[in-house]
Design a protein around this ligand. Structure first.
Ligand code: 6GU
Length: 232
């Protein structure tokens, strides 16, 4: 019933940032159950000079520093266990992460995730190791580490055994390119507001109809681009 342990290997200059939030809640419990495991690799351990340099000035000039391909290459080659694993580098230049991509990653036996830092990463490292560049959205973080925590969380919750009922995965946002319907619970009346009457009707067909309709209306209002984009 439970699949083989999904292995995550994170290459980072800040291994202390892990597992961080991933040791709590669903991901934390799933890791205790050996549904997934995490190993961090400190890129700096592969530096060769006495100052443990991992970056240098950009060719062509400009602000900031660029991560060196030789150090990254060595760190990656020593920690790249299996050709079936997904190989990802997190940078704001990457393809925006979608639930479809998360599903694809979670179907593999594991993932190597490289966290970008400083102003950039030497392009030769990215292309020579065939890494997929992924971004978590159109804003800039100071590094790939918070993005890696988010990516790993999104993968782990799809692994078999992490979430009790697979129904919770079928109904949620981004399935069928729709946002999920809104939710209500007790108390029945709060600050003068009551839940929509249909939800207390006991008529499951009507409830389903109401939820589908409001999901579609909310998606049109908030995320119209989801309705015209390709199937997830
Ligand atoms: Cl993956 N890294 C950084 N530094 N900034 C980002 C990002 C990644 N995704 C969105 N912004």
């Amino acid at each position: 019933m439970i699949n083989k342990c999904f292995e995550v290997r994170v290459l980072t200059l800040f291994p202390e940032m892990f597992p961080g939030p991933l040791s709590y809640s669903l991901a934390g419990k799933a890791s205790e159950k050996n549904i997934w495991s995490l190993k961090t690799v400190n890129i700096r351990d592969y530096a060769t000079d006495k100052h443990k340099t991992v970056d240098d000035e950009p060719y062509g000039g400009g602000p900031g520093m660029v991560m060196r391909p030789d150090i990254l290459g060595k760190a990656f080659d020593k920690n790249n266990p299996n050709s079936k694993w997904k190989k990802i580098i997190l940078t704001p230049r990457g393809k925006p992460l979608t639930q479809k991509m998360v599903k694809d990653i979670s179907s593999k036996p594991g993932a190597v995730i490289v966290c970008g830092r400083y102003e950039g990463i030497d392009e030769r490292f990215i292309s020579s190791r065939s890494l997929e560049e992924v971004s978590i959205g159109d804003y800039v973080l100071s590094g790939g580490e918070p993005a890696a925590l988010i990516l790993i969380d999104s993968i782990v919750r799809l692994l078999s055994g992490t979430i009790g009922s697979s129904d919770s995965l079928i109904e949620e946002s981004f399935e069928n390119n729709l946002l999920e319907h809104p939710h209500y619970t007790r108390p029945y009346e709060w600050e003068g507001m009551k839940p929509p009457a249909v939800l207390l009707s006991g008529n499951h067909r009507e409830i389903e109809k109401w939820r589908k309709n409001i999901a579609l209306e909310d998606t049109k209002k908030r995320r119209p681009e989801l309705l015209i984009s390709e199937k997830k």
